[in-house]
Design a protein around this ligand. Structure first.
Ligand SMILES: Cc1cc2nc3c(=O)[nH]c(=O)nc-3n(C[C@H](O)[C@H](O)[C@H](O)COP(=O)(O)OP(=O)(O)OC[C@H]3O[C@@H](n4cnc5c(N)ncnc54)[C@H](O)[C@@H]3O)c2cc1C
Length: 481
């Protein structure tokens, strides 16, 4: 038994939804495209799960956050797929793949063949068992990767009102879930081994800002410590979390956010892997030319870093998916994926955005006792990364654009004094980008097609020099005032 499609997307998450929209925009015919997902839902915006989905009042629910609302595009409810003749094979796990024969075998025993395959299998949450701690199956221990996890958290929250939660892990899942638990009137203790929260991105100064706010909201931080075991009652429910140093924390619920592992296993031994993901070229094409990989599972060349990276961010999933579709359907018109990494989070009333790379020296700016501040990262005398909390749309666009131009930074102290004004000055001084041939594939200022990129680098060098001069003049002028 089997079916055949021209295009198959394996995985039905964020990247799948954006790829489907791009296929339709580029004129895919009815019956040519199939999406296979082990989740029983049409693709949805995963970031909503740890934010609006957990709110006690007016929480978001499907169908309101199906892709592609996160990028202010059409909301693709199941009906949309039907109307466009896209086969949604939901609640169906693919258990093996044969890239030589171009077939996928589902857990229901069906063989689905393809001409082109897009792997969009994303990642799975790391389990405590992988770190030698058992108990993950207790009903009040929760992970947060998919809608089923989010529903479980909502149920456990409802039975834990005014109770105690322990959040294991200080990354974005831990931070966002902790904020949601506080809003649900649950007492939260966060436990992580590092010296501050969000250690992969935040500087100690940025982390201190958010941690102070969390503490003012009643969150207790236990740093430099790890989970050792659970206290479990007769019903198999966790009642306490025991840490390595013997500390015992009462717990009505536990949320574990200790990282993710890309879902590559179906392709190990068949495709080249790198950085824990499936290696692709600038067209999102794997070592097999009929197979593409996008989103969290793909390791792709990031020009800004000059190396292959695997990103775990929604923007990268959306744009890499569109790029793969463009590369499949219009290869001659598609340049290499030229992506400026972008990551954001929203907790409580905070909202920050980060662009680029947090390599080199961090230069802080803004008012750390107020609500607008940030940091630039300068590596080898170039601006390579920007973080901003509390910015306006214009300011976020400015830091994105400034980061993509990589201007030369000669005076770090001046950069810190200017802060966002530096980025705004870069944008004002820079020549507007020429119209991009594939705007749908490349978001403004953020992804540039190759010829445009080359043009920009040249312009960037000129701009950088004039910006430096302007910034110096502007900085002095401001100081005089
Ligand atoms: C709770 C949460 C909050 C987040 N918040 C943010 C944020 O604020 N900002 C940000 O930048 N990023 C955020 N992210 C990250 C972002 O959601 C991911 O980068 C994005 O979802 C990756 O998209 P993807 O399509 O590659 O993978 P996914 O969206 O994970 O989709 C993968 C899909 O493939 C399916 N699948 C896997 N294996 C198989 C198989 N063998 N057979 C069938 N189906 C399979 C999965 O079930 C899933 O449906 C968040 C992630 C989570 C979990």
């Amino acid at each position: 038994m089997g079916r055949a499609f021209v295009y198959v997307i394996l995985g039905g998450g964020v990247a799948a939804g954006y790829a489907a929209l791009e296929f339709v925009k580029r004129g895919v015919s009815s019956g040519e495209l199939c999406i296979i997902s082990d989740e029983p839902f049409a693709p949805y915006e995963r970031p909503a799960l740890s934010k609006g989905y957990l709110l006690p009042e007016a929480p978001v629910r499907l169908p309101s956050f199906h892709t592609c609302v996160g990028a202010h595009e059409e909301r693709l409810a199941p009906k949309w797929y039907k109307e466009h003749g896209i086969e949604l094979v939901l609640g169906t796990r693919v258990k093996s793949a044969d890239v030589r024969r171009k077939t996928l075998l589902t857990a229901t025993g069906e063989t689905i063949s393809y001409k082109f395959l897009i792997i969009a299998t994303g990642a799975q949450a790391l389990k405590l068992e992988e770190f030698g701690v058992s108990g993950s199956d207790a009903e009040n221990i929760c992970y947060m990767r998919d809608l089923a996890d989010a529903n479980r958290i909502v149920d456990v929250i409802h039975s834990s009102t005014d109770g105690n939660a322990v959040v294991i892990g200080g990354g974005y899942i831990g931070m966002e879930c902790a904020a949601s638990l506080v809003i649900n009137k649950i007492n939260v203790t966060m436990v992580f081994p590092e010296v501050h929260c969000m250690p992969r991105l935040f500087t100690p100064k940025i982390a201190a800002y958010y941690e102070e706010y969390y503490m003012a909201k009643g969150v207790n931080f236990i740093k430099g410590n790890v989970l050792s075991s659970f206290g479990i009652d007769f019903n198999g429910k966790v009642t306490a979390v025991v840490l390595r140093d013997g500390t015992r924390l009462p717990a009505d619920m536990v949320i574990v956010g200790i990282g993710i592992r890309p879902n590559t296993s179906l392709f190990e031994g068949q495709l080249t892997l790198e950085k824990g993901g499936i290696k692709v070229n600038g067209m999102m094409q794997t070592s097999n030319s009929y197979v593409y990989a996008v989103g969290d599972v793909a390791a792709f060349p990031v020009k800004l870093f000059g190396e292959i990276r695997r990103l775990e961010h929604v923007d990268s999933a959306r744009k890499s998916a569109r790029h793969a579709v463009s590369a499949i359907m219009e290869p001659e018109k598609t340049g290499e994926f030229d992506y400026l990494p972008f990551f954001y989070s929203r907790v409580f009333a905070f909202s920050w955005q980060f662009y680029g790379d947090n390599a080199g020296e961090a230069i802080h700016f803004g008012d750390f006792s107020g609500s607008k501040f940030g940091a630039f990262w300068v590596c080898k005398s170039h601006l390579v990364g920007s973080f901003l909390e509390g910015g306006t749309k214009e300011e976020y666009e400015a830091i994105a654009r400034a980061t993509s131009l990589k201007p030369t930074i000669e005076d770090a102290a001046e950069l810190g004094r200017l802060g966002v004004d530096f980025a705004l000055a870069v944008c004002q001084k820079s020549v507007p980008a020429p119209p991009q041939p594939s705007e749908a594939v490349s978001g403004p200022c953020v992804i540039l097609e190759r010829p445009v990129y080359v043009w920009h680098v040249t312009a960037g060098v000129i701009v950088a020099a004039s910006v430096a001069a302007f910034a110096l003049w502007y900085g002095k002028k401001r100081r005089r005032w």
